[in-house]
Design a protein around this ligand. Structure first.
Ligand SMILES: [Fe+2]
Length: 450
């Protein structure tokens, strides 16, 4: 665990201990709750709800326990909320030692602090005693929003400190799914509190709608997982045709995602990089084996056939509506920054940002891996130097700066941005020739991936 992560855990856990103790000591339990027996009842309900968590695509775990926690905050105030949220979210894997102690403490802290805040918000709006009224509904809704924002921020802070990404990217990660869950949970929490105020013994009946909610939620996650696995299988089908490119797409994806993280791409862009990284060469399915696997330089006709793969890939993926954000990456991942790439000869910022990122990742992976046309892979240092040589010509200099800060070239001597120098005329002429007439020969610089 890094020093900054340790500091974050210590700060949040200490705050939570102060908040929980303060709530228990200073906030009085409402008479309706029937003392600490009532708190134990709500804690038991929350423990049951917490026993069925759903794991989100990015590792976040959510459960339906938020409904009893919010209901307990409404009927029991800050003291009940503090205890129910601290103890009620205990899981078996924690008791079995499956979660590191600091992770367990942090999980409980990131639930307890928001629960106490939600209870305070509820009491400010609806008073100390729960009644079935529009004011209490408003109190639960706003308290729920405060719970949600605080909880999501505390969870995102760990990701920010650990991966050095941006808070907005970490927050928006699973935000849509979680907020959908919360939209359903807030009115349900209020209803649970209403039923409790009439007949406390009937509250466990809510297990059924809560379980249905959880099942729907799990189905969404499973469908997404299935989709990712299918995309991965498609990508390996392309890579498997060529023994030299095994794992190429997976590696390009990982490099591209790391560059995206340094460039603080948002969640939607990161997802596009993940799937786009895997699928960028899908069009190679349509390239003949004798061209794809050729060890010598390609003839003009062969290069034209090879260079058709971005457009072909776009056509293959187009019918999949869910993959629409990946299409620009697939089509433009061989565009050059100075306009001499293909297929559309876009220049500079005309090239979609994610395609510029993928182009760098693709080139680095291609240079550092064995290829039939270049048996000896370049070292990371040589590859970085080669990328830098083509900054502003083939690659976006801003993307290269971001790449230089990733772990892929950590500790590697970096020649840095090339000094303002005239680009040799011969290179310009050669590049321009490629741009106008398309690829003339099988020749390609080291920093190019087929
Ligand atoms: Fe490609």
């Amino acid at each position: 665990m890094s020093r900054s992560l340790k500091l974050l855990v210590m700060a949040v856990v200490t705050t939570a201990i102060i908040v929980v103790l303060g709530a228990v000591v200073f906030a009085r339990l409402p008479a309706d709750l029937h003392g600490w027996g009532g708190v134990a009842y709500w804690t038991a309900l929350t423990l049951v709800a917490q026993a069925f968590p759903v794991k989100m695509p990015r590792g976040t775990v959510v459960s339906v326990a938020i409904a009893p926690i919010l209901a307990a905050a409404a009927v029991g105030g800050p003291a009940a909320a503090a205890v129910v949220a601290s103890l009620g979210i205990t899981e078996w894997r924690e008791l079995r030692g499956g979660v590191p102690w600091y992770g367990t403490l942090y999980n409980h802290a990131e639930s307890a602090v928001p629960a106490v805040l939600a209870a305070v918000v509820f009491q400010v709006i609806a008073g100390n005693r729960f009644e079935a009224s529009w004011l209490s509904l408003l109190g639960v809704a706003l308290g729920g929003a405060v719970y949600f924002i605080t909880n999501a921020t505390l969870a995102a802070l760990v990701v920010v400190v650990r991966d050095q990404g941006s808070l907005s990217a970490a927050l928006s990660g699973d935000l849509r799914l979680i907020s959908g869950n919360l939209l359903g949970m807030t009115p349900l929490a209020w209803l649970i509190a209403v039923v409790w105020s009439v007949a406390w013994w009937a509250v466990p009946l809510f297990a059924l709608p809560l379980y249905a909610n959880r099942a729907a939620y799990q189905a969404t996650v499973q469908i997404r997982d299935m989709f990712t696995q299918t995309v991965r299988a498609l990508a390996s089908a392309v890579d498997a045709r060529d023994p030299f490119t095994a794992q190429h797409s997976e590696n390009v994806q990982r490099i591209a995602v790391d560059i995206g993280r340094v460039m603080r791409c948002n969640a939607a862009e990161m997802e596009a990089l993940e799937w786009g990284g895997l699928l960028h060469d899908i069009g190679k399915i349509g390239v003949r084996d004798d061209v794809l696997l050729k060890q010598d330089k390609l003839t003009r006709e062969e290069r034209i056939s090879m260079n058709a793969h971005p457009v072909l890939g776009e056509e293959i993926i187009k019918p999949v509506a869910r993959l629409a954000p990946e299409l620009p990456i697939i089509r433009h991942h061989h565009e050059w920054y100075n306009g001499s790439g293909y297929p559309d000869h876009l220049v500079g910022e005309e090239i979609p940002k994610l395609a510029r990122i993928l182009h760098v990742a693709d080139a680095f992976e291609a240079m550092t891996a064995k290829r039939p046309y270049r048996m000896r892979p370049l070292s990371r240092e040589q590859a970085l130097a080669e990328l830098r040589k083509y900054a502003g010509i083939q690659f976006d200099p801003v993307v290269l700066d971001a790449f230089a800060r990733t772990q892929w070239v950590a500790g590697v001597p970096d020649p840095g941005k090339p000094a303002l120098r005239g680009t040799p005329v011969s290179i310009v002429a050669r590049l321009a020739g490629r741009a106008r007439g398309g690829p003339q020969t099988g020749e390609q610089p080291a920093a190019d991936a087929r």
